[in-house]
Design a protein around this ligand. Sequence first.
Ligand code: 1QQ
Length: 377
Amino acid sequence: GCSSGNNAAPAANGGGSTPAPAPAAEASGGEINAKIGVVGFLSGSGAAYGEAQKAGLELALGELNEANKGKLKMELKFEDSGGEKEGAINAVNKLINQDNVVAIIGPTLSGEMFAAGPVANDAEVPIFGISNTSEGINDIGEYVFRNSLPESIAIPTAMKAAVEKKGLKKVALIYASNDDFSVNGYKVMKATAEKMGLEITGEATFSNGDVDFSAQLTKLKQTNPDGLLVSALYKEGSMVVKKARELGITATILGGNGFNNPKVFEIAGPAADGLIVATPFSPEKQDDKVQAFVKAFEAKYNKKPDQFAAQAYDSLYIMSQSLLGAGKAEREELRGQLAQLKDFNGVSGKLSFDEKRNPIGDAVVVVAKDGKFVPFE
Ligand code: 1QQ
């Protein structure tokens, strides 16, 4: 990687501090043309996250370009980060310097955003996370936004429900120590456990890419927890769940945002049953907007949308609203509009923002049952 490229501003900026006009802005006969970059985990161990996001975005794109005819035409330019920080940095640089995008949606992982967000922020290009749930994302800078519900809201909601309904008293924790998202989730789980007065019987770590979790889980089993808290992406997380059951761990298992993808059922199989997770989106929600989205998604892709598709879908509606508000496809005006966003009613729930532009919203708690997530009650 070329690290000097990381701070690259658009060429027109000349290194000065005045924001360059976004070259993506081209009005043709009153219609705003907006090229938006997308950085997704589209290949590798978390590709199902990126695929869900791409599907949600493309569905929204079709609907919006139809609805906005004559006023706004959006175009999406997808880049695959492979779930790697370096990949995300390269993708962001390319989208800004070669494709001249007006804004970027993604990247998928919190760690990727921590690495690539500053590149966009320094270049004064709005970058909008749709699945970054770690603390500190918005602290990167004022060009960084997100609509993804932070784990600091989701995890305590799930843990409260689990403690209430399952009577948990003693919990063990396991997490991927080389992934920013997983580490953040672990910290939230631990702080919440302490706050709730739960006993922590043990802790263990693994790395993304690991396939054998027996040693860690055997050790945790001996501490006899009644709850097992897992902070991981779906691949490793689902293997941990499967192995835990194989080893005879009967504890209630609770996971973070990484489990909100149907791959969990493919990898863990029936061992997923009973897994508790919080999510801002459920395709079962009896709400007209949600059901219209689910129906359109099923018609296009022949499957139900997950949370990642829903948040991606919402993000393009937010972009559309903000671009129309700006009246042109320019980075600075778009940033101003995004910063003003107060309440947004999307398929992944009602969204508002705190003073640091962190999303505030409600999570629903779901439990895995027979190959799908159902309300936990
Ligand atoms: C993050 C996440 C992951 C689960 C996204 C796929 O929430 O990296 O913040």
